[in-house]
Every structure is written in structure tokens, then in C-alpha cells.
Design a protein around this ligand. Sequence first.
Ligand code: ADP
Ligand code: MG
Length: 588
Amino acid sequence: MKKQNWPLWLLAVAIPLVAGLPLPDFWIVQLNYIGLYALVCLGLVLLTGVGGLTSFGQAAFVGIGAYTTAWFTLNMGLSPWLTLWIGLLITAASALVIGAITLRMSGHYLPLATIAWGLSLYYLMGNLQVLGKYDGLQGLKSLSLGSIDIGQGRLFFVLTWAILLACAIALLNLLDSRPGRAIRSLKGGSQMAEAMGINTFRYKVTIFLIASLLACTGGWLLAHFQLTVNPSAFGLKMGIEYLFMAVVGGVGHVWGAIVGAGLIKLLDDYLQTALPALIGTSGSYEVIVFGIAMVLVLKYMPDGLWSMVAQRWPRAPRAMDWQNAADLPARSKPSRGESVLAVHKVRKQFGGLVAVNDISFDIAAGQIVGLIGPNGAGKSTTFNLVTGVLSKTSGQVRFRGQDISDLSSRLIARQGMARTFQHVKMIADMTVLENVALGAYTRSHSGVMASMLRINRSEEQSLMKEAQHQLERIGMGEYLHELASNLAMGPQRLMEIARALCCDPALLLLDEPAAGLRHKEKQALIQVLRQLQSEGMSILLVEHDMDLVMEVCGHLVVMEFGTLLTQGTPAEIQASPAVRAAYLGTEH
Ligand code: ADP
Ligand code: MG
């Protein structure tokens, strides 16, 4: 168990302790509220803090959980342990529908859609005769296990906090896993993740689903705690309050959910009595205070309270327990000389600008081909057309004989084409090792459930072993546990190469790998490229450093203003007057 998981042990000890202590009932009630609010916030930590997707509508999912159990236990006499599952099913169905509609669009549609969803569900609950309109449903029974009545006191406390603890552990396990690293890559933009073969849309839907299920469970608990449900607890105001709890606590931290829920619940109670006394009239003034506080927190403490705690206990380096792990499955490789890439008359227009003008070239297995040309010649665009990051205006690309012209970057990556980016794309708050492991995503398959239950360990070890191997191969062995954001530009680029190598590619595309590298690092890079070539790797290299290009490339493709100027061996290119003219900017 890692060092930063001490809150987990603290909770595991505190829960039975609190239940056994002679605390006043008032505090048990408070803790029960905090526990079930924190459950909802836990979902927001995953969705908003980690995934970067904002939802104001979590209270609506709480409402589904509460109303479902209320209605089915009151009208059908069903057991609450059964109605929980019915609620989860209804929640999952609605979350999938909302997610499918909104998550494909850009980020802003989700918050808007969740506001609309929160409002409409609120009015639906308030206007449906069968749900008791704005009076809601009364007379629910408390939960019981066999003949034991769980009630609203200490046993309820133990149940709620045990569920909370179990969910927190499941989430921590998830975040530290193959799907978890994919989820953590969502916030930084999906381009890199897709280029690693990750289906970002599927993961967005997944975290939206998990968050809604946690909210629903919170609602189920709330219904059997208050023994009555009415729409006011599930409206937009409460939706905003849940988000506020998560933000104050530290929206990226699992334990922040509990801190935030606790603080806001206590503050809410205090302000509700203190403010009217202070001002002299009654009213919901606490809403105003919360609004101001939210702005201040976002401005001065955007990472929330828990981040201050987390800083004091920095993460211990990952225990390197994978030395005996099995190797990840390897891809079949083309034999030397076989065609790996055939680019045929590929074209890209941005409005009136022809960035790539009917370019054609080929790469055979074992070849290192350099794509060179002055700035703005269209090299990166060509790269993005080959890797599927940009869609082609026309033309065809074949990879190992297969037409990949219309495939997305994710599907192309799955075929074994790996790349780096001209502007490094990494997950800043993950270690170098974790960033690099992302590259082996397509060679592994543990899912969300397996990761939550931690039955993914042997594959995790294989992933880490592969990541370490690729980092050492490229001379980055001493940076394994460093946060990616702490690296200088050169090592960041090398990290991207290691990440691409983790994909076990048949073709490697490097966009300006030597930019920002120091002399020693550049020499190391040349060694790595040579070694890769001797192992039969095919590489397409965009690079400004002519010494490096001339040294490692067997074939050069020269572009200028989007068109192919010429191609040939380094010697031929060096002797070409047209190329000299293009680089020196003189007429030819
Ligand atoms: P290089 O990598 O060779 O320096 P690029 O491929 O980045 O060149 O750019 C080629 C041309 O296409 C440039 O004129 C650039 O301004 C233009 N360009 C690149 N990306 C876009 C884009 N997304 N929208 C419009 N123009 C673009
Ligand atoms: Mg470029």
C-alpha cells in the first residue's frame, strides 16, 4: 500500500471508533449527511476533477435513487435492497442517453445539458401525481438487515461510511490503472489519448456513468435516512452545492470529496442560523455567501483544500515489483524491405491554403525516411494526415498494404503506428513511468471493473515493466518516478519517444524529436535511432537538425510550400541546387 493512502487507514479505524463512542446523536446525524453527500462528491471528483467534465445535474441522479426506492417500497412493497438496483438501472439508462447525446460535442455542452436535465427532472418530480407532487412521498421504512433495524443512527453511519470507503478504494484503484491513466488523459485534450489508441468518448461516458451511479446510491441512502423524499433536495441549487463541495475539497482528489462535503455541510448549517440572526430577517442568505466563497476558492485555491494536505505528503515512488512480470504481447512485424507506408497524392486544404499538395512517398520496412523542408512547408500536417489526426481532403494512405485513408487516429494506432508530437503532449501530473505506460494501452486490455477490484495486477506489472524497459532503452532510466511536468524539454521529448515505443510499433513517426535537446541527449537519440533501425524498425522523421537527419536517414523527402520538392539519398539532397535554394530562400 502506498504512503499517500493513509487517509484510507484512518477512515477504516475511525468508522468503528466513532460508532462505538458516546457521541451526541446530533453529530451522528451530521456525519450521516456528510457521508452520503461525500458519496455524490466522489463521483464529481472522477467526472470533473479528473476527467474535466462539469456536471450541475448530480442532484437529479440523487433524486432518481431516492424516488425509485420510495415509490417501489411504498407501492409495490419491494425490499430496499432490490430497489437500489432498480434505481441504479434507471440511472444508468438516463446517464447513457444524456452522455451519448452530449459527450461527443465539445466540453461546454455537458454542463448546459446537465443544467437542463437537473431542471426538467426537478419539475417532473414536482408535478407528477404518482410522486406526490411537491409534497413528495412520505412514510418510508428505514433499512434493515434480516431482523436488525439499521435505523438512522450509528448502524446507518457504519453502513453509509462503509459504502463510501469501499467506493473511495475502488476509485483509487481505478485511477492507478490502465483505464485510470486513460481517464486522466481526458482533461488534457483527447488528441494524444486517441493517438495512443484510447477511445476517449467511451471513457467520458464511463466516468459520467460511474458518477451518476454514485449519486444514485447517495439518493437511496438519503431516502431511507430521511424516510421521506421531496423534490427540493434534488433541484439545481443542490446540484450546484454538490459541485461546490467537490471544488472546495479538492476536485482532483478522492479524499477531497469527504473534506468538501464535511466542510460545506457544517458551514451550511451554521450560516442558516447565524446569517438571519446577523441580518435580522430570514432568507436563504447562505446561497449568496456560498456563491462568493466559490469564486474566491476558484481564484485562490483552484485545487481545493485537499491539495494542501497532499503536498505535505508527497507520493512515495511506486514499488518496483514488476521485475518478474510477463512481457506484453508483441505485434507481428513486416520483414525487411516490405512496404510499410505508401502515401499516394495526399492533399490537405485549410480553406484556401493548400498546406499539403498531393504528396506521395513510400517507406519500406527497416528504412528511416526524413521529411524535411523549411518552416511551414507542411511537414507536421503531412504527419497528421498519415496518422489520422487530420482528415485528408483527398489522397490515399496504405499501412502494411492496408488502406487506412479513412481510419481515425485511434484505429491507426491500434494497427501499430506510433507517433510523437511536435508540441509535447503529456499528462503533467503523472509520473514519467505512467505517461510512458500509456503508450502500451493497445497491447493491454484490463477494464474498469477489473481495475476497481484490483484483479488487474499482473497486467499492470507487465505494463510498468515495458514502460521501464523503453525508458531505459532511451537513456531515461533515472527519471522513472519524476513527475512529467518536472522534466526539461529534452527529456520530455525522449519520454514521448519511449511512450511511442511502448506501442511496439511497426512504424514510428517522430516530429522534431531533437528540438530542445542538448548535445549529449542528441547523441543518445542518434544511438537509439540507429539501434531501432538495426532491429528492423521503420521510422518517418521530421527534423530541422540537418546533421542528425543526414546521419541517420537513408532517404529524404523534401517539402516546400506544401509540395514535394524532391526526394533522394542524403547525398543527392545535399547536392541539389533546388534544395539549397529552398533553404537559403534564393531563386533557383
Ligand atoms: P511544418 O510542420 O512544415 O512547419 P505545418 O504542417 O505545421 O508546417 O504547416 C503547413 C502550413 O499549414 C502552414 O502555412 C500553416 O500555417 C498551415 N496550417 C497548419 N495547421 C493549420 C490549421 N489547423 N489551420 C490552418 N492552417 C494550418
Ligand atoms: Mg512542424
